[in-house]
Design a protein around this ligand. Structure first.
Ligand code: PLP
Length: 460
């Protein structure tokens, strides 16, 4: 498989190049040169285990040899607490796809466990070494750290705004004591963290000298790994319900998770529709209802991983929507970068993705309802997906709601919604007694630059 840029300005790249590149050099996102049609394989695939299915799907997209790929998959998914990796539960009249059985209890582990192992493999064979730099307001940081801890040839520098993320999320990161993990609490806001990261990535001399790399949600591997659970869940629910098509509801922030569902549909999985659910940060819901994509300001909610205005994976969707016309995507994105507005020629709207918004009150109601009626507990992100999914339910088509985080990660909101039930998880309980390590730095580029110079591994 060869890879191209959504803006058409990149020489065709191999899978490994696509993985190590992140953003394409022309500012676009990396997509496969052609989407594989797997509709003839669905019947055989439908009885595979999660890992065997992952092997078949990743084979379509990678140039790795099968034994190496299989070893990566086994290593990445044996650390999940559920033998099925992503079990699908029947809860009332819907199906809940539990994506939170990885080491940090959010769906981001599914891709970042694999990506960490893949980085190590690629770097070992090329003899290279990289330093990952990132800024996090929550789930991504811990999933990335657990993905690369203890790995050879790479270090990670993860910044978070000091005192401004939940204590659980902070402890999940700072209790990882491996030599190659550097947590930085920046005396500033999440925006300050992002600015520092952006400035250092733009300093090309520094970037090259320390081989700075990112693990953010635009990395193509993250999408492919997420495609797998759409197939896995659809197969389970089709066999359970006897139906031939399914619908998914996806709590959405950066459009990475739902884009994986979009890809699964293009590959031939019989998805009748994807329901895109946002919280009050509704830029995407507005786009799918009006055809106008317009930047606003970010509001803080109880589902912080979805508190996003400009969705970094949206451009990939746009590329397919515009018939893989890279020139057109380039023009639209340039226009958007200048004006903060993007409009599609044909106005709204398509039928494959339908969107809605659920606010904080509705999310809390859903958590309470499901707890009372089904004795099942969901986190606030999952609740947004269920709230919107329910309003678009159909009697004939099974609804699969993606559960993106374990409720214990957001225990406070759950407790508020249920009037006192506090969900727990042993891997969070044990954090309280562990020692931590974290550098506290002022929110300045030079402080972080000096810290990286002093702590980067290898002989840069
Ligand atoms: C990251 C995250 C999301 C949003 O996923 P995107 O791929 O950014 O759309 C939703 N829920 C949880 C718990 C997350 O961590």
């Amino acid at each position: 498989m060869r890879y191209v840029s959504t803006r058409g300005g990149m020489k065709e790249a191999s899978f490994s190049e696509a993985v190590m590149t992140g953003l394409a050099p022309d500012g676009g996102l990396i997509v496969p040169g052609r989407v594989p049609d797997v509709s003839g394989k669905l019947e055989t695939w439908s009885s595979l285990s999660y890992r065997d299915l992952a092997l078949e799907i990743l084979k379509e997209f990678t140039d790795l040899r099968e034994p190496a790929l299989k070893a990566l998959i086994d290593k990445s998914y044996s650390v999940f607490a559920a033998p099925e990796v992503t079990p699908v539960r029947k809860v009332g009249c819907m199906h809940v796809l539990e994506l939170f059985h990885g080491p940090t209890l959010s769906f981001k582990d599914i891709a970042l466990q694999f990506l960490g192992n893949l980085f190590e493999l690629v770097l070992t064979s090329s003899g290279g070494r990289i330093n990952i730099l990132g800024a996090t307001s929550g789930d991504t940081g811990s999933a990335a750290i657990y993905g690369v801890r203890g790995k050879r040839n790479l270090s990670i520098f993860m910044m978070h705004p000091k005192g401004r993320i939940s204590e659980t999320q902070e402890r999940q990161m700072t209790t990882v004591l491996d030599d190659n993990v550097m947590n930085i609490a920046l005396e500033g806001t999440f925006d300050d963290c992002q600015k520092v990261a952006k400035t250092l990535f733009r300093d090309l001399g520094f970037k090259r000298r320390f081989a700075l790399s990112a693990v953010n949600s635009i990395n193509w591997v993250r999408i492919v790994c997420q495609v797998v659970y759409y197939f896995y869940a659809a197969f389970r629910v089709m066999e359970r319900s006897g139906r031939e098509r399914v619908r998914f509801s996806v709590p959405t922030g950066n459009f990475g998770d739902i884009f994986a569902g979009f890809m699964a549909g293009r590959m031939g999985l019989p998805i009748e529709r994807l329901v895109l659910a946002t919280n009050e940060n509704d830029i995407l819901a507005r786009f799918f209802n009006t055809g106008r994509y317009e930047r606003g300001s970010v509001k803080s909610t109880i589902s912080p991983a979805m508190d996003i205005q400009v969705a970094s994976n949206f451009e990939r969707y746009l590329y397919y929507r515009e018939g893989e016309d890279a020139g057109r995507v380039r023009d639209m994105m340039t226009e958007f970068e200048q004006s903060g507005v993007l409009e599609t020629a044909d106005g709204a709207v398509e039928n494959f993705i339908t969107a809605g918004t659920a606010g904080t009150g509705e999310a809390l109601d859903v958590i309470r309802d499901i707890y009372r009626s089904e004795n099942y507990v969901v986190d606030p992100h999952t609740a947004v997906g269920i709230a919107v999914g329910r309003t678009q339910a159909s009697a004939d088509i099974p609804l699969i709601c993606l559960a993106t985080a374990h409720p214990a990660k957001f225990a406070e909101s759950v407790s508020k919604a249920t009037n006192g039930y506090t969900p727990r998880h042993p891997s969070l309980d044990r954090l309280a007694d562990l020692p931590g390590r974290c550098a506290v730095l002022p929110a300045s580029v030079s402080a972080v630059r000096e810290f990286i110079k002093g702590n980067a591994g290898g002989d840069a």
